[in-house]
Structures are given as structure tokens and as C-alpha cells.
Write a protein that binds this ligand. Sequence first.
Ligand code: FES
Length: 193
Amino acid sequence: MANATLTIGGIVGLVLAVPIIGSLLPPKSDAAGSWSPLTPEELDALKKATSKPVKLTFTLKFTDAYLPEQSQPEYCWGIRVDNNEKFMAARPDIFTAPGGKPDVPYDVVNMGFVLFSPICPHLGCYYGWSDAQNKFMCPCHGSQYTFDGTHIAGPAPRGLDPLPMRSQNGAAEVTWIVYQSNTPARIVVSYQA
Ligand code: FES
């Protein structure tokens, strides 16, 4: 009984802690050079991807007002987009502005790919991809998303958030952006551009 209580207490503590950890994500940086390259192997895997997302790792560089530049390992999820119009139609929560413009401060589809932040838009947990269920699933409160990031179940108020990506001398680079949790609109909290 005591063990069960401890276990339940641990799970509740973890669920409560995740949004707090999320709020400690790196603050906005004004430093140049915060873009991080994907490896040629990762880019190759993205090119070959069809109906499965690819997990991409990168080193996130950031600064704040007090410390010199820091770095930490991060990852995101990438999908190949063969048909822009189809993707835009599937994600009206992104392309909300007049003329089909995205509600984010950068192009969403780059080099034929879209990268998704690994942070669940509900309360900031890291979600994962399930091959068996063929969808993204968040372990914290059960939000689910399709391959293209459309929200299909659970309490999240919007679909997956796209990360900024660009092509630089043939290489793909990614940078970090964090949006406010649990709001239908994407409100920028920090942006490493
Ligand atoms: S953080 Fe609540 S469902 Fe993902």
C-alpha cells in the first residue's frame, strides 16, 4: 500500500513538474548564430521518409542576460511534405492569416519538410511517435496528433507547433521557438532567431 502511494505520488509529481520544467526553457536570445545544423544523415532520412516522422537531434545554443552562450541537446520531429496545398488544408490552425499565410513568423514548409517542436502544446510535455498507433501521442494527458501534426484527441487546444527551418549552403538548419502552452493561438514566448 505504501509503495502504491509512493508510486502514485511520484506520477502526480512528474505530471505537475513537467509544465514547470517547460517554463524553464531557454529565454529569448538576440545572439546571432543560434541556428543548428541537421546532420547529412538526418537530412537523408527526411528525404526518404514517407508516412513516418523522423526524429532529429541538434544542439540548441542560447544565451540570456547574465550567462555566456550555453548549449544543450534537443530534438524535434520532421516530416516530408510532398504537397504544400494538402498540408495547408490539413492545418488550418497554422495557416490562419489572410491569403493562407501562417500565424508564425517564418515559412513553415522549407526544402519540402516541416519540423515540429517536441513540446506538446497542451502543458509542455514531450510527446512521441507511436508506430503501432500511427500517430503522435503525449504521455501526460493523452493528446494525440496525426502525422501532419493535426490535433485529434485529448486536451491540447491546437495542433503541433512548427519550428523554424532554413537551407544554408545545401544544409538544413533548425532553430528554437517556444509558444505559450494551452492557448488556441500561437503566442511566442521565446524565439532563438
Ligand atoms: S502536456 Fe497534456 S496532453 Fe501533452
